[in-house]
Design a protein around this ligand. Structure first.
Ligand code: PLP
Length: 449
């Protein structure tokens, strides 16, 4: 839709009067005025004044194929005309829904062959949470209901999602977490590793899972959930000892392992899924974002044969009106076709990912940068007051926000989580655009220090 100029010039006022934004401090927002994004092309977005930004965050970690792909719009238009909606309840499906399920599992491991569709990552979280409980109940273990997540993890904004996530500022609103959800630590070596090596620290935090299962009782725990790489928590890449130990513990204690692939899925790490990068197979894996590159809302849960065997032998009383929506499914199919045919996942693994890593870590020579972590096109840059001692800034949020705003002024969209700068650009980002990202960030850091 092209908004007429007369309406556009008044949009800020209309927005302030009527629109409550997600995750926004509305008082500050109303004072500063809303940024209005009007158009996107490739890795760039344009605001209502025509200002161009390199979107090094792919919207919200999702526009993997970049903006402006006409093929998706055309496929969506055709499907809208053919069948704009039908549901998948009570034993029905539509052709795109079923074909999308087949296309997704083709990229998962040999033991993952089923998908349950949702509209978002949060709904996917609620879905696997219920599935895990139904799974154990049907195996005659109805007490296995508790789920363990991680401090600083993010799994969405529904009541279950916000509870499973470990964001304190979300728990403080709405009396969360709900009963039966527990948390262990995060593998954030830079901030919490003390004198341990990263490898030692990775083992230590993984073993918190074992201790928590002991505390709660193995017969009461259904599952453990974590993002392969913690995203919203700061792009925290775990030490290499971490995932093998988690995998060992989940198997030894007979609890389901849930890999939240909402960010890591569909090429972001240079593998189709983040768990493949770390060499393990989950029992359940929520997905969303990169599944449709954000062109339309679609998510789902990848279900391993172990769990699917039970769920498909029951009447699973769960679903959303738009689960498997045919138009969203078509957008996702077209998105996956582009990822496959343009070999974008391989590009992240072999070309742009390594280039990004080199460029990102070139910032390590800056006085303010203590650590540069990245896997594929997902990067976390740690700012530090004193990088020799890993001393943090007194007000980490203020530092991050300042640097982020400086980047935005210069036409670069990045995100800050506390004192970590995060990048997650479209998988089509060029070498020159990566250079622009790093040099703009360096200029902002120079101005801050
Ligand atoms: N899980 C992870 C790891 C996420 O990063 C997010 C969103 O950022 C979600 C779940 C929730 O997804 P959605 O915002 O689509 O509900």
């Amino acid at each position: 839709m092209t908004t007429p100029n007369a309406v556009l010039s008044n949009l800020g006022a209309i927005d302030a009067a009527h629109h409550i934004h997600p995750f926004s401090d509305m008082k500050k927002l109303n004072a500063a005025g809303t940024r209005i994004i009007q158009r996107g092309e490739g890795s760039h977005i344009f605001d209502n004044h025509g200002k161009k930004y390199l979107d090094a965050f792919a919207g919200l970690w999702c526009v993997n194929i970049g903006y402006g792909r006409r093929e998706i719009a055309d496929a969506v238009f055709a499907q809208m005309n053919e069948l704009p909606y039908y549901n998948c309840f009570f034993g029905t499906t539509t052709p795109p829904t079923t074909l999308l399920a087949e296309k997704i599992v083709a990229h998962a491991g040999p033991n993952i062959n089923h998908v349950f569709f949702t509209n978002s990552g949060s709904e996917a979280t609620d879905t696997w949470f219920r599935m895990a409980r139904v799974y154990w109940a049907h195996l005659g273990k109805p007490t296995k209901t508790m789920v363990i997540g991680r401090r600083n993890g993010y799994h969405g904004s529904t009541v279950a999602g916000a509870s499973l996530g470990g964001m304190k500022y979300m728990h403080e609103q709405g009396a969360l977490p709900i009963e039966g959800i527990h948390h262990i630590g995060q593998p954030y070596w830079y901030a919490e590793g003390g004198d341990l090596t990263p490898a030692e620290f990775g083992l230590k935090v993984a073993r918190e899972l074992e201790a928590k299962i002991d505390e709660l009782g193995e017969d009461n725990v259904a599952a453990f959930v974590a993002e392969p790489i913690q995203g919203a928590g700061g792009v925290i890449v775990p030490p290499e000892t971490y995932w093998p130990e988690i995998k060992r513990i989940c198997a030894a204690r007979n609890i389901l392992l849930v890999a939240d692939e909402v960010i890591c899925g569909f090429g972001r790490t240079g593998s189709w899924f983040g768990h493949q990068h770390f060499g393990f197979e989950p029992d359940l894996a929520p997905v969303a974002k990169g599944l449709s590159s954000g062109y339309l809302p679609v998510g789902g849960v990848l279900v391993s044969d172990r769990v699917a065997k039970v769920i498909t032998s029951t009447d699973f009383n769960h679903g959303y009106t738009y689960s498997g929506h045919p138009v969203c499914a078509v957008a996702a199919i077209e998105n996956l076709r582009i990822l496959e045919e343009e070999k974008l996942v391989e590009r992240v693994r072999d070309d742009i990912g390594p280039y990004f890593a080199k460029s990102w870590s070139s910032l390590l020579d800056h006085d303010m940068i203590g650590e540069a972590q990245s896997v594929g096109l997902m990067g976390g840059l740690q700012m530090a007051f004193d990088k020799k001692t890993r001393q943090r800034f007194e007000k980490p949020d203020d530092v991050g926000t300042w640097v982020r705003n400086k980047c935005i002024e210069a036409g670069l969209i990045m995100r800050a989580t506390g004192d970590r700068m995060l990048a997650s650009p479209p998988l089509i980002i060029t070498h020159e655009e990566v250079d622009f990202m790093t040099s703009t960030l360096r200029t902002a850091l120079d101005a801050a220090w």
